[in-house]
Write a protein of this length. Sequence first.
Length: 127
Amino acid sequence: MDRAVPGSTSHRSRLAVRVRRHGSLAVVTPEGELDHHTADLLRAPLEESVHNGCIHLVVDCSGLEFCDSTGLNVLLSARLAAEEAGGRVHLAAMRSAVARVFEITGAGAVFAVHDTLDDALHGLPGG
């Protein structure tokens, strides 16, 4: 299943999120800026994916241009939910500006971080 989650206000239009589900795997692709104005646009599909049995989440960060602390908290919450369900969150193809946030905060150490989406999908069910 491939579904787009569009923004509905001028702030929210800075982030678009696509979700592709394959069994217990969801590939979530945010594109644009992830900040306090747009965080719910990513939070909702991540929570919905785990709630619907997708315990392995791959976040394709290749289109993510910016991530602030609110966005980081959304990803950390998704990680906790996935791990409680027996899964994991994988981050793939982070741009340097986004990777820097994870490096500065040390949050990269709690995620499976991959250079490419293909690397993240390798070995996962449905990947």
